[in-house]
Ligand binder design. Structure first.
Ligand SMILES: C[S@@+](CC[C@H](N)C(=O)[O-])C[C@H]1O[C@@H](n2cnc3c(N)ncnc32)[C@H](O)[C@@H]1O
Length: 203
């Protein structure tokens, strides 16, 4: 996979953090369950976890779509996918190495997409949101989610020297980005301990 400079930096940042990723935020499972429930998935659906990391959302996604459904996690950092494999997530989903800006799926297949912790790492958020919209059925939901408050997240990125685009999730910016990307904002939950912009695929 040929990497842009941005994606190479993202991969470097997450490679050193991949081992034990979920141990550092062990209480987040409840928030992930809630985030996946907001996608409104049904048995038999196709669900995508864009920027899946260690695959924490893959478990509730599989529970929602059942054995007849399909779950795809995609991430650009091999070490994150190794962590997902170590945690057994490849037994319940397909986990692919790749760029969420070029999803290996056909048009209109997904009923729900989660983008957890992803948007601040996208230099071209509109281009990626359009690609997610391409993969989504009309009426599919997208959850732009963080299991941490927006301001805490930005402070964490500054502390750790992440080259993050935290403004992508600013309350006055997220809706125009989503609309340009082919999504309509359903609600924005900009809480102290989590963030969710839930959007619906136009059309
Ligand atoms: C903050 S982590 C979140 C991981 C996981 N979704 C979670 O919430 O635990 C962001 C993840 O997005 C991935 N990522 C960032 N940009 C990406 C891109 N363009 N394509 C695929 N993955 C990407 C990183 O490799 C990293 O694993």
């Amino acid at each position: 996979m040929g990497l842009s400079r941005d994606l190479a930096q993202t991969r470097e940042f997450f490679t050193s953090r991949a081992a034990g990723w979920e141990d550092r935020h062990a209480d987040d499972d409840v928030l992930f369950d809630w985030a996946v429930s907001q996608l409104g998935l049904s048995p038999g659906d196709v669900a995508i976890d864009a920027g899946c990391g260690s695959g924490r959302a893959l478990t509730p996604m599989r529970a929602a779509v059942g054995p007849q459904g399909a779950v795809l996690g995609i991430d650009a950092t091999p070490a994150m996918l190794h962590e997902a494999a170590r945690l057994g997530r490849q037994a319940i989903s397909a986990c692919a190495l790749g760029d969420v800006g070029r999803l290996p799926v056909r048009d209109g297949c997904a009923a729900g997409i989660l983008a957890a912790g992803l948007l601040p790492h996208l230099p071209d958020p509109v281009g990626t949101l359009r690609e997610l919209a391409r993969a989504a059925q009309p009426g599919a939901r997208l959850g732009v989610f963080h299991p941490v408050g927006r301001l805490t997240l930005a402070a964490r990125h500054r502390e750790r020297g992440a080259d993050a685009h935290d403004m992508n999730i600013d309350p006055d910016r997220i809706e125009p980005l989503l609309v340009e990307g082919g999504w309509a904002l359903e609600f924005l939950d900009d809480a102290d301990d989590h963030y969710m912009a839930l959007a619906v695929r136009d059309g």
